[in-house]
Design a protein around this ligand. Structure first.
Ligand code: ADP
Ligand code: MG
Length: 610
């Protein structure tokens, strides 16, 4: 007699349940998918005891007749796949025909269902995998699935469950994700007869995203397509503002062809697209919907269908980076036209000068840099943004520094920015007025972003201007630093440094990045080497590698006007003009916001005038 036997269906179901039904939330997920596949527009979930006592899902979908109810609990029974060819392009959420029998094998399952064309419904009861009773029963059109005593027959599995609170959290997550996938349907969750989620239908995607993330702040819309309608890619959805911190409920939700999935590749693409907009340790938040030809993605790689596989994942990754970067850019344009649009001058505005002639006097012009590459002269792009090296301490903002060197005072108060400058607050914030709104700008963050954009652009052109040192600086490097320098010498040169060998462990710094030429060259090099040394070896590929991006941000920070610098009105105008002209400007490269806008109503509320 053979030792190998085919497992009974009962055992096979229990084994499948081990994969499909990890916890109460997995049950909720499968049931929601079934309701949505049945075309439901209203789905109500009830949970008791963290999901182990009761899970009930009620829908107004197509329902099942008696035959279908009985078939639905058979293993590998599905109405969603007919032949092999369909497996290559699955259009429904379910397709495996495993969920109901698996769930039924580890719980007491009741299905009550009625299709549209029947007067009465069918009730079927399954107890731990065995059909207990079937009979006719009255019910509304649609389906009610009830699961009691989940894992009642698998105590080992039950032991692995976390606290009821944790399990409920996972259930809520599942519902929120599905609610994003199906904006046209209403979802509700009651936990021990307390309403926890109540998402009405009909509000559209943006409203659903707001409801799910409980976010009132402006959202960053994403909508980007590539290729044609049939084979193309589309990424749409909304991201939360980068500064809205990512708590557990504020995270990135990714839906591919309407299916909520976990996908590290897409996530990474989003993070890369947001490079220079996320604060340290912060992760992106929002809901992104990727649509592509079903044949381009394999959804049949995970028993609970939580993961997927792309046919050309690099292409998808590149597309996501582009889409998110484009969204950030479009958002900038919106903010730009919102705060910098030039209003038709009102007669009153033109008449009252805010600044005295004194304040509008041109600043002393910096001496024009001469061409050439002698000591003290720019190395690469003479006359552009390189500046003379000066002995002045770096702490204070100097007029001869490149960004504000060519300040021309504005001819009229709001001429090139459309903003009316009120003044500077706390030597840090520029206060401006525009259309009954108070616009507050962090001078350091704003300038830092402008500098960073410039550095990034120059880096991508392989052309960050260096500045020759009048007095080359020799430094002693330790073995670790020497090794880092050797490994990253190309990076160091690209940043604008010229470092030459001078014996064993001595190196001579002959040029430094022009933008930060006021800083101590030796310290700067040591810092850069330390940062490069700690960069992970297998960095993900990116347009600007993270190790470099980090350094560019740090250089920008050092080059930017500091908090605590009093700015003359002309300088403030110049900063505003540069913001207006900068490709990106809404956040500093570390993700901190640059601009905050208070409406007149906001302020009136402070004073109880409303
Ligand atoms: P799958 O969803 O992979 O087909 P399931 O075990 O989840 O497998 O469900 C089996 C079948 O039962 C489905 O194909 C569907 O025809 C039917 N069914 C399940 N739930 C519902 C529901 N809420 N409304 C209508 N039909 C349902
Ligand atoms: Mg299913």
């Amino acid at each position: 007699m053979s030792r190998i036997r085919i497992l009974s269906e009962h055992i096979a179901n229990q084994i499948a349940a081990g994969e499909v039904v990890e916890r109460p939330a997995s049950v909720v997920k499968e049931l929601l998918e079934n309701s949505l596949d049945a075309g439901a527009t209203r789905i109500a979930v009830q949970v008791e005891g963290g999901g182990t006592r009761l899970i009930r899902v009620m829908d107004n979908g197509a329902g099942m007749d008696e035959d279908d109810v009985l078939l639905s609990i058979e293993r590998h029974a599905t109405s969603k796949l007919r032949d092999e060819s369909q497996l290559a392009a699955i259009a429904t959420l379910g397709f495996r025909g495993e969920a109901l029998p698996s769930i039924g094998s580890v719980s007491r399952l009741t299905i009550l269902s009625r299709p549209r064309d029947r007067e009465t419904g069918t009730r079927a009861e399954i107890r731990y995998g065995r059909l207990h009773a079937v009979h006719e029963d009255g019910c509304a059109r649609g389906t009610i699935v009830e699961i009691r005593s989940l894992f009642g027959n698998v105590p080992a599995r039950k032991k692995f469950l976390k606290s009821a609170r944790t399990e409920l959290y996972h259930i809520e997550e599942v519902i929120r994700n599905q609610a994003l996938a199906c904006v046209g349907a209403a979802f509700s969750l009651r936990v021990d007869s307390r309403s926890v989620i109540d998402l009405p239908a009909g509000g559209g995607v943006e409203q659903r995203v707001r409801d799910v993330f409980r976010c009132q702040d402006p959202l960053l819309p994403v909508d980007f397509t590539a290729g044609d309608e049939k084979n193309g890619l589309r990424l749409s959805g909304y991201l939360l503002q980068p500064e809205v911190s990512s708590s557990r409920t504020n995270r990135l939700r990714i839906l591919v062809n309407g299916r909520p999935v976990r996908d590290r590749m897409i996530r990474h693409g989003v993070v890369e697209g947001l490079q220079g907009f996320l604060m340290k340790g912060q992760s992106p938040a929002g809901a992104l919907f990727l649509q592509l030809a079903p044949a381009e993605v394999d959804v049949n790689v995970h028993p609970a269908k939580l993961e997927i596989r792309f046919r050309s994942s690099q292409e998808v990754h590149r597309f996501v980076v582009q889409a998110v970067a484009a969204a950030i850019k479009a958002y900038q344009e919106e903010v730009r036209s919102d705060i910098f649009s030039i209003p038709a001058p009102s007669p009153e505005q033109a008449a009252v000068p805010l600044f005295t002639a004194e304040a509008r006097r041109p600043l002393p012009a910096s001496s024009p840099p001469e061409a050439g590459s002698g000591p003290g002269e720019p190395v690469r792009r003479p006359g552009n943004m390189a500046v003379r090296r000066s002995a002045e301490p770096a702490a204070s903002f100097r007029h001869d520094q490149a960004p504000f060197s060519a300040v021309k005072p504005p001819d009229s108060l709001a001429d090139f920015t459309g903003l009316t400058l009120i003044g500077q607050f706390a030597k840090l914030y520029l206060l401006c007025e525009k259309d009954d709104r108070l616009i507050v700008i962090d001078q350091h963050a704003a300038h830092e972003r402008i500098m960073y954009q410039r550095l990034r652009r120059d880096y991508l052109r392989r052309d960050i201007p260096g500045q020759n040192l009048m007095f080359p600086v020799s430094v002693e490097l330790d073995p670790r630093q020497l090794e880092t320098l050797k490994r990253y010498d190309a990076d160091v040169a690209l940043l604008g440094f010229a470092v030459e060998d001078f014996g064993e462990s001595t190196r001579v710094i002959k040029a430094v990045p022009a933008l930060v030429s006021h800083l101590d060259p030796a310290e700067m090099l040591a810092e850069i080497l330390a940062s490069l040394c700690s960069a992970p070896r297998d960095e993900p590929a990116a347009v600007v590698p993270p190790r470099i991006d980090h350094l560019l941000a740090s250089m920008a920070c050092k080059a930017a006007v500091k908090a605590g610098n009093r700015l003359a009105p002309a300088e403030m105008f110049e900063l505003l003009r540069q913001m207006k002209d900068s490709e990106l400007f809404s956040h500093c490269p570390h993700g901190r916001p640059v601009v905050k806008i208070f409406s007149k109503q906001d302020i009136e509320k402070w004073f109880h005038r409303l």
